[in-house]
Design a protein around this ligand. Structure first.
Ligand SMILES: Nc1ncnc2c1ncn2[C@@H]1O[C@H](COP(=O)(O)OP(=O)(O)OP(=O)(O)O)[C@@H](O)[C@H]1O
Length: 270
């Protein structure tokens, strides 16, 4: 186990993430669960890669491996040229969870500032960073509000701001908009694309939604369960500039169709 975590995978020079033959089996009271099997993937600098697949196919587990929060039981993985554990310790990524997870007793600014306080950033730099990331997610002026004073969409933007506070080049997002209604989700999708374009970050994004995956991504990774594995990797020919009505275009519908076919092919009847 330790060996799998320590080894790094050789990938292309501009690869932020390189996984080769990555395996993870959880030992549970009901027996082993093969959550990831033989995952090979390179994610290059500046890509927006979505992971889509049915519940239990290992999307979150893969993201958690990249984040050094799970230990693979086989294969190799490198993150920014380091082991995932080193990457975690050097704060090489920001992580956004499905629920905003803001502390209710802290203001929005206080929540975004918290990891910077823990890391011992000087006060002036903390203030400067908080102001910058709140501006980036369009929450300038909301610093002194408490989470309950904000809508669900705004809270999720605040949690994105918190993940951006370290200014890591890599952003890992686990179904960040899954609990939001469609109109809010559309807006946040547009804003996330703009943020990605402005910052040039590399983004790994888990979703259950085909339109969301196609709209956001430069590449879509289709996964299937039992054991969790990659069944298709689709390069998107869509331009970087994407108004929402691009979803009515022939190219968009064709990619969505291929994703749907991939999901259907990997579907296992219970
Ligand atoms: N800590 C754990 N211990 C045991 N089994 C686990 C653990 N974490 C995940 N699993 C199992 O591993 C498999 C993959 O889970 P994972 O959460 O990665 O799937 P997912 O594709 O993200 O699902 P969802 O879309 O529902 O979030 C599932 O069968 C899950 O029950």
């Amino acid at each position: 186990m330790a060996e799998a975590r320590a080894a790094t995978a050789p990938g292309p020079a501009d690869a932020v993430i390189s996984a080769r033959g990555l395996d993870l089996t959880f030992q549970t009271a009901d027996g082993p669960v093969h959550a990831l099997k033989g995952v090979d993937l390179d994610i290059r600098r500046g890509e927006f890669v979505s992971f889509i697949g049915p519940s239990g196919c290992g999307k979150t587990t893969f993201l958690r491996c990249i984040a050094g929060l799970e230990t693979p039981t086989g294969g190799t993985l490198s993150v920014n040229g380091m082991t995932a554990d080193e990457a975690r310790r050097s704060r090489a990524y920001g992580y956004v969870f499905q629920a905003a997870g803001l502390y209710p007793w802290r203001t929005i600014g206080g929540n975004v500032r918290l990891p910077l306080e823990i890391m011992g950033f000087p006060r002036a730099e903390r203030d400067e960073r908080v102001a910058r990331v709140l501006e980036l997610v369009d929450l300038a002026g909301f610093e002194k509000k408490f989470p309950w004073q904000l809508s669900g969409g705004m809270q999720q933007r605040a949690s994105i701001a918190r993940a951006l506070a370290f200014d890591a080049d890599l952003l890992l997002m686990d179904e960040p908009f899954g609990a939001l209604d469609e109109i809010v989700r559309d807006r946040l999708n547009e804003e996330l694309l703009r943020l990605w374009d402005r910052t040039g970050k590399t983004i790994g994004f888990v979703t259950h939604s085909i339109p969301e995956a196609v709209y956001l991504s430069t590449r879509i990774v289709v996964m299937s369960p039992r054991p969790g594995r990659i069944t298709d990797v689709i390069d998107s020919p869509l331009p970087r500039e994407r108004p929402l009505d691009i979803r009515d275009s022939r190219e968009f519908i064709e990619i969505a169709h291929r994703v749907r076919e991939g999901l259907r092919a990997g579907h296992v009847d219970e």
